[in-house]
Structure formats: structure tokens, C-alpha cells
Design a binder for this molecule. Structure first.
Ligand SMILES: *Cc1c(COP(=O)(O)O)cnc(C)c1O
Length: 455
């Protein structure tokens, strides 16, 4: 016991040199995005007003490995490789024979996994001569990650932050400003999309879908400005695979293979980043982990959403993407896991779910916070609300091992710390948090407005 490591570290020289593109190993690629007006498949050129060509190429790439530019690896080295921890004190509390490992992404400057993609996105934009980016942020994690990344490459950044989170977490905006970004509460008076929502509901709490509409509109209005998205898209998932590549090496160092990989899903990027490299090994017959996505019961796009073409934003400006969706204008209840409040799911993750490459379940807010507090009191790290849904599932599985005596190896991603989410913990301790039932009627209403695609 004494000589079993608590944290498993890699040298900087072991930082991955390539991102892994899972599309190369799938029996079929995900269905293509469609033009929002004509409903015809769009080519890479259609995305050119929003993204630099290098990122569009990654978006549609079938190459198995894509080299990480040296200038990106240099910035990654500010916090990567990130530690893999054995959650021994949690195991002891649970009195379980299971061994629980978590890959901790809270060591990044912004406190989550989001800089793994923010840095290359800023880099490729700078390389293409772009001087300004716009984006949206829900919980504030993505906005701060991109603000940090833009500061590395001298790019201006304007952020639309979902109004509910802008009010709940003022220090996220302070952090973005410290890195040089401008931040607006969304909906705002600055865009058509924002004004339209405010006209209907001056007190709108906002949603990711609304904030995306605002950021995309602002980018479209100015030729020198491009847009960046922090989840959902293929190139984002690609960049996050550094998480799983490192975790593979770290587990190998202690002679372990996972029996269960469990992650939280909002748009799907941290889960993808963790499990894609392990799935590659599974498909090659080298290991056989059970893979589980966990989402909040209040916004269950994978487990309750329909798999069909829908918009990525409220105003219907983005291409139509085939994904699990609750309807593009569905506004989820204000759960504190703000990063998981998105109506859709990554098209790639959705496609892989249809291929039965992993399983999914939904967990409610109170169970998640209870798991977060248990984790904080044993392991010390206060988790962001988002990964607590995965921690809840990991704890339940470890408890089941106590019954069966199974020495399961459980791997999860602790994708961010909760230092900006303490108001949510306070609300939990004050008894002010509650569970939200699946909002069936609201979803049905939103689904009625999803476009019907012929064929
Ligand atoms: C953004 C965010 C999420 C949700 O996004 P994914 O793309 O599903 O990873 C989850 N956890 C944290 C800490 C986040 O910042």
C-alpha cells in the first residue's frame, strides 16, 4: 500500500506529440452538416467566414493522427502533462476494493480542460492573420480559457456570457478581463439575436444557444473577426485527446487498465478527450473498458434527446448538425452545472452513441453535489459542478464493488475545479438546491420547432 503512488506524473518530454482523430477508426464518418437554408450538405468553404482553414481541415479530417504544433506544445507545457491521481482516500471512505483514478484538468490556468483546445484554436487563428475572435461562454470556463489563449497570441476577444452565470459568477468575467477580453451578459442589446430575446423576455436568464447566436452574429458582421467554439465540434474533441493519451501512459506506468471509464457530457469534449484514445485500444483488442457518459437529468440530450438534424444555436444561424437534441430553443432549468446546459450533443459523440460505442445515463443535481462534497472532503479538491455527475456514477460503481468484491479499475476525468462555483456549494449547504424533473413538456414544445429534413 505504502509504495502505491497517489499521483502519477509524466515528464514534459512525455507530452503527446499528436492529437488522435477517432473518425479514422469508425466504420462510417458522422453525417455531414447541412446548410441552414438549403438543407444541402455544406463543404469546408461554407465554414470559412467563421473559422480559419487549418481548423476546418481538422474538422473534416480522416487522418488518424494530427501533429501538435511546437508553438502549441510550448504553451501546453505551462500546465501539461496534467496529473493522474489515485483517489485512495475516497476509496478508503467507501471501503471499496475498486481502484479509482482521476485525471485532473483543473491544473490549467483557467481551471478546466478547455485550454487544451483554446490554445490551438487561438494559435491557428493567429497563424491565419486573424486579430479578433468572438465566443460565448456558459459557466465561464470556455470564455476564460479562450481569453488566456488569446493573450498568448495577441488576439482581441469579445465574449457573450450566459446572463444567469454572469450574475452567479462575477469573478469568471473578472478573470477574462484580466487576460484582456471584453465580456457581455447574454442576451445583450449588442446583437439582433440578443435584442429579439430581450423584447420577449427582458429578464431572460440566457442560454448557450442564445449566446452562440450573438457571438456568431458579431463575427459574421466583421470580416476581420472569426469565431471560436469550446465544445461540440470535431476539432475541439480532437484537441482534447491529449487528456486520454496522457492517461493511457500514466495508467500503463502503474500497470493498470481501466474496467470503467466514466465522464460528464455537456457538449462532449472532455469525455471524448478522455475516452477516444482508450476506445482506439479497445477496438484494437488491447483492453476492454466499459465506457459511460453521464449527463444532468435536467438537460439529458443523449439519453432523452432525439437523434436528428438541428441548429447549434437559438436563432438558427449555425449549420444544421445531426445530433442528439432537446430542440435548439430549449432553455434548460438553471442547474449549477452550467457547462452541461446545452440543448444538443456533439455530432461525433451522437454518431458514436448510435454505433453503441459507449453507454449513457442521467443523474440529478442533488446526488451530484453530494458526490462533489464527498470527493472534496476526502481528496481535497473542490470539483466544478459539471464533473460531479461523473463522480456520482463512479462512487456508485465503487460502492457496488464493495458488494461483489470486484477490484474494478475506475477512471474518470476531473475536468475542472469549482473555485468559481462556491455560491453553488453555499446554495447546496443552505438547502436551496433541488432536483429538476426532466422537463418533458418544454422539450416537446422545443422539438416541434426543429426543422424537418427531407430524406
Ligand atoms: C465546459 C465544461 C464542461 C462541459 O463541456 P464538455 O464539452 O462536455 O466537456 C464540463 N466540465 C467543465 C469543467 C467545463 O468547463
Amino acid at each position: 500500500m505504502a509504495d502505491e503512488p497517489t499521483k502519477i506524473l509524466l515528464d514534459e518530454s512525455e507530452l503527446p506529440t499528436h492529437w488522435y482523430n477517432v473518425v479514422a477508426d469508425l466504420p462510417a464518418p458522422p453525417p455531414p452538416p447541412l446548410h441552414p437554408g438549403t438543407h444541402e450538405p455544406i463543404g469546408p468553404d461554407a465554414l470559412a467566414p467563421l473559422f480559419p482553414m487549418s481548423l476546418i481541415e481538422q474538422e473534416v479530417s480522416g487522418e488518424r493522427y494530427i501533429e501538435i504544433p511546437e508553438a502549441v506544445r510550448e504553451v501546453y507545457k505551462l500546465w501539461r502533462p496534467s496529473p493522474l491521481y489515485r483517489a485512495r482516500r475516497l476509496e478508503q471512505l467507501l471501503d471499496t476494493p475498486a481502484r479509482i483514478y482521476f485525471k485532473y484538468e483543473g491544473v490549467s490556468p483557467a481551471g478546466s480542460h478547455k485550454p487544451n483546445t483554446a490554445v490551438p484554436q487561438a494559435y491557428y487563428n493567429a497563424e491565419a492573420g486573424v486579430t479578433k475572435l468572438t465566443t460565448e461562454t456558459g459557466a465561464g470556463q470556455w470564455g476564460s480559457a479562450l481569453a488566456f489563449a488569446c493573450a498568448q497570441y495577441g488576439i482581441d476577444l469579445e465574449v457573450w456570457q450566459v446572463a444567469a452565470s454572469f450574475a452567479q459568477k462575477p469573478y469568471r468575467a473578472s478573470m477574462m478581463r484580466t487576460w484582456g477580453a471584453r465580456v457581455h451578459a447574454s442576451p445583450s442589446e449588442l446583437t439582433e439575436a440578443g435584442r429579439a430575446i430581450l423584447a420577449q423576455d427582458p429578464d431572460s436568464p440566457g442560454s448557450l444557444g442564445i449566446a452562440i447566436s450573438e457571438a456568431v452574429e458579431a463575427a459574421m458582421a466583421d470580416e476581420a473577426t472569426k469565431y471560436a467554439l469550446g465544445s461540440v465540434l470535431n476539432h475541439v474533441l480532437l484537441h482534447q485527446t491529449v487528456i486520454g493519451e496522457e492517461a493511457l501512459k500514466q495508467l500503463a506506468k502503474v500497470g493498470e487498465q481501466p474496467d470503467l471509464i466514466v465522464g460528464c457530457t455537456g457538449g462532449g469534449s472532455n469525455f471524448a478527450g478522455l475516452f477516444f484514445p482508450f476506445l482506439r485500444e479497445k477496438l484494437a483488442g488491447n483492453m476492454d473498458p466499459h465506457i459511460l457518459a453521464v449527463e444532468p437529468a435536467a438537460c439529458p440530450s443523449l439519453t432523452k434527446g432525439e437523434y436528428r438534424y438541428d441548429f447549434g444555436d437559438v436563432a438558427g444561424m449555425t449549420p444544421l448538425m445531426k445530433m442528439h437534441t432537446l430542440g435548439h430553443d430549449f432553455i434548460p432549468d438553471p442547474i449549477h452545472a452550467g457547462g452541461l446546459r446545452y440543448h444538443g450533443m456533439s455530432p461525433l459523440i451522437s454518431h458514436m452513441y448510435e454505433l453503441d460505442l459507449f453507454e449513457a445515463e442521467a443523474i440529478d443535481q442533488m446526488t451530484s453535489f453530494e458526490a462533489g462534497v464527498t470527493f472534496a472532503r476526502t481528496q481535497g479538491i473542490v470539483p466544478a459542478p459539471e464533473p460531479t455527475v461523473a463522480l456520482a456514477a463512479a462512487i456508485r460503481e465503487a460502492q457496488a464493488c464493495k458488494e461483489t468484491g470486484e477490484e474494478k479499475v475506475i477512471l474518470t476525468a476531473l475536468c475542472g475545479h469549482g473555485h468559481f462555483d462556491m455560491a453553488a456549494y453555499d446554495a447546496y449547504f443552505a438547502g436551496e438546491l433541488r432536483d429538476y424533473d426532466y422537463p418533458e413538456a418544454k422539450v416537446a414544445e422545443a422539438m416541434a420547432r426543429v426543422p424537418v429534413i427531407a430524406g
